[in-house]
Design a protein around this ligand. Structure first.
Ligand code: GLY
Length: 308
């Protein structure tokens, strides 16, 4: 039994391990861990208090994938539901679909009785407003359509240290089953309706008991274009080790032409519970929590510095 997570998963990783220790499934553990991160008002990149889109509305993306069956559930651009991961899980378990977005996702969440809440906190609203006022005041004042300025916004907000963070959890339970979960408020100041990689199975999330699981954070457009999480699991399935597959997958991202090129990071676990994490940025870390450990350890990610 073990869990790996992005470093901001610290808020939820103890609860997730408790679930595994009590005999819960990897799916239960991932959901429990991510819910606590989604509820953390100090994390402006996930769930409640996430930074909003261009219009000041918080839109959440989340996905969950069961490595045993490769069933998956995802929601995109859902508003008003703090626990997007739980809505995604219900999509996986209750519907013949994998992916709901926007109004349909919210309608489904309501029908499932998922908790609803105003997600925009005063602090997140201030951060949102201050950047708009400072950097694109004519749009903030309503004197210019945001479409005319979206590229400028994107440049302003493409700081990879800030707006694209996300939480990743991968758990392996006592039966050896893998589950991978991802949740985010996405690229802050994004164009309304924009989806990143987090809810896109194959881009930000993939799990297959036979080979392993992978999850991404960072500039989601790049992970979508490269199919990053699926590529990682595919390479593991082709017989590569974590240390061979991870750098190969990350190096491929450098081949993307991208005006807004930014950090992408990935955590990965193989079918035996081996784990690594990778990043296009130096000094990044991730968490590993084994069942015999008293607390998670924070480990360095492998820094993939360039395409060669
Ligand atoms: N990786 C999160 C996003 O791009 O929305």
């Amino acid at each position: 039994m073990k869990i790996i997570a992005s470093t901001n998963g610290r808020t939820g990783i103890f609860a997730a391990m408790d679930v595994l220790r009590r005999g819960g499934s990897a799916i239960d553990a991932v959901e429990a861990g991510i819910r606590l991160v989604e509820d953390n008002p100090e994390d402006h990149t996930v769930g409640y208090s996430g930074l909003p889109n261009l219009l000041g509305e918080v839109e959440l993306d989340a996905s969950i994938m069961d490595g045993r069956t490769r069933a998956a559930g995802a929601v995109g651009a859902i508003k008003g539901f703090p626990y997007a991961i739980s809505v995604a899980r219900r999509v996986m378990e209750e519907l013949p679909h994998c992916f709901l977005v926007g109004e349909g996702a919210a309608r489904f969440g309501r029908e499932m009785g998922c908790e609803e809440r105003e997600l925009l906190t005063p602090e997140a609203r201030d951060i949102w407003r201050q950047l708009l006022e400072a950097k694109v005041p004519e749009v903030y004042a309503g004197r210019m359509r945001y479409l005319e300025k979206i590229r400028q916004y994107a440049r302003v907000t493409a700081d990879p240290e800030r707006p694209n963070e996300t939480v990743n959890f991968i758990a392996m339970d006592a039966a050896g089953n893998l589950c991978c979960g991802v949740s985010t408020s996405g690229w802050a100041w994004k164009y309304p309706g924009r989806l990143g990689d987090s809810p896109v199975i194959g881009a930000g999330n993939y799990a297959d008991n036979r080979y392993g699981a992978a999850a991404c954070t960072g500039r989601g457009e790049m992970a979508i274009r490269a199919g990053t999480a699926r590529a990682m699991v595919l390479y593991l399935g082709m017989g590569m080790t974590l240390d061979e597959a991870g750098p190969a997958v990350m190096r491929d991202l450098y081949q993307l032409e991208d005006e807004y090129f930014g950090r992408v990071s990935m955590i990965a676990m193989d079918a035996k519970g081996g784990h690594r994490a990778f990043s296009l940025a130096p000094d990044a870390t991730y968490l590993h929590f084994g069942a015999a450990m008293a607390a998670p350890e924070e480990l360095p990610r492998v820094y993939v510095a360039g395409p060669a």
